[in-house]
Write a protein that binds this ligand. Structure first.
Ligand code: GTR
Length: 415
């Protein structure tokens, strides 16, 4: 062990499997009165609503409904983007009818050579839509962005930030495989810093959503934004809204899981290195812990989550139950070997422990009970891989995600 010590900031970080400790996971198939859940119907009508509420109450906070005044504006459309490979659309989602309504900017690339409506990958980005591709037609964000030596200066995105994270977004490959790509900047919902809530939707939509800022957290706000993208996609005739794969890396992977738990319009879900508060089991003392995440990012979760800093075993849920909320939808979880901070084994075990709920639907999970070797993907309706390398989302990860989506959407590659 011993890597990532800087992230420990005084809290001991364990990387020794022998020191993980023993723990008992809560059983998703057990009702509060002790009754065993044995059918999908029982899960959906009795257990599932309860589990979802426990996550609201103890982890992520409330999830407000779609605001009545939601509206969309196509800002521009270019049918000849990426040298003719794609149509690029930029759409503003306004959250209220007011002229100066809080809003988010959505970027879509839709493949030109495929008969629509097409399946889509949807995910938020870390540095603005221009960060996903050098395409000069992408509008720069005007809002607060985390500083980055590659073109974000004084929390403003500059021209130099175009394509800053292009390695994480294989746009051309997705077009060739017949998928649309839909993305938005997570900071449009809430800037990712301790005071971000003051300018984000947790403040600007207090009245509209009838919610106080401390009744949810930043992850909740990001997840809520993902559902608003889904609201738009249901109206866009070029997209097959029944085949939307939701993806997210790391903190955005946590938000993706939470969004899909609340919104079953997302047909397939991908957790890329989402770690603590995402796919990884909280009861395992390995890598990042609840205490650690609440110290570094006090704005991410519900205030109640802090009660478990020293006592994860007291939580009525653990993260395998979040994964179980995806059932029976296809779910893909993946880890990276050098990303021990995210606890790869804890992510794998969590996916494994979600299987009993999938079995209620006669869906097969991982098909293994031990972690597979590096770069040997496993699984049916629940997929998993661990790859070489660092905390990131790269071409290898996307290759597996695309193949997984193709298999489940029964959509062949159509160049
Ligand atoms: C880390 C954090 C992780 C993960 C990661 C990321 O600092 O501790 O939980 O969210 O950031 O988002 O890249």
């Amino acid at each position: 062990g011993g890597i990532h010590l800087a992230q420990g900031q005084g809290i001991t970080v364990n990387y020794d499997e022998a020191k993980v400790g023993t723990y008992t996971l809560p059983d998703p198939l057990r009702l509060p009165d002790g009754t065993a859940v044995t059918t999908a119907r029982q899960w959906e009508q009795q257990a599932r609503p309860d589990v979802l509420n426990l996550f609201k109450e103890h982890v992520y906070g409330q999830m407000p409904a779609k605001p009545a005044g939601l509206r969309f504006k196509i800002r521009n459309e270019n049918k000849n983007a990426l040298n003719g490979l794609a149509t690029r659309k930029q759409v503003t989602i306004y959250f209220t009818p007011a002229a100066d309504a809080p809003s988010m900017e959505v970027l879509l690339y839709i493949p030109n050579k495929v008969q629509g409506p097409v399946p889509a990958f949807v995910g938020l980005n870390f540095y603005g839509n221009q960060s996903i591709h050098p395409d000069k037609g992408i509008l720069l964000p005007t809002r607060w962005v985390n500083n980055n030596p590659k073109g974000v200066v004084n929390n403003k995105a500059t021209e130099a930030s175009r394509g800053l994270q292009a390695s994480r977004w294989p746009v051309e490959e997705l077009m060739k495989q017949g998928f649309a790509l839909v993305t938005a900047y997570y900071g449009d919902l809430e800037p990712d810093h301790v005071d971000g809530w003051k300018t984000g939707i947790r403040t600007t939509l207090n009245d509209e959503l009838k919610i106080k800022e401390d009744e949810w957290g930043a992850i909740g706000a990001w997840a809520w934004g993902l559902s608003r993208i889904m609201d738009y996609l249901e109206k866009d005739k070029s997209i097959n809204a029944g085949q939307v794969a939701l993806t997210g890396h790391s903190r955005i992977g946590k938000a993706a899981l939470w969004a899909a738990a609340n919104d079953n319009r997302f047909a397939l879900v991908i957790s890329n290195d989402s770690g603590e508060g995402g796919a990884a089991l909280a009861r395992r003392n390995y890598g990042e812990t609840i205490a650690q995440i609440n110290r570094s990012f006090p704005h991410w979760f519900n205030p109640t989550y802090k009660n478990y800093n020293q006592a994860p075993e007291k939580m009525p849920v653990d993260q395998h139950m979040l994964l179980a909320l995806m059932a029976p939808r296809p779910l893909y979880v993946n880890s990276a070997l050098e990303d021990q901070w995210a606890d790869p084994r804890g992510e794998f075990l969590s996916a494994l422990q979600a299987e009993p709920v999938y079995q209620l639907y006669q869906k097969k999970g991982l098909g293994v009970t031990e972690m597979p070797p590096v770069e040997k993907p496993v699984g049916e309706t629940i997929g998993y891989h661990i790859r070489n390398g660092k905390h990131d989302i790269n071409a290898y990860d996307w290759q597996q995600h695309i193949a997984f989506a193709q298999k489940h959407f029964k959509k062949k590659a159509k160049p």
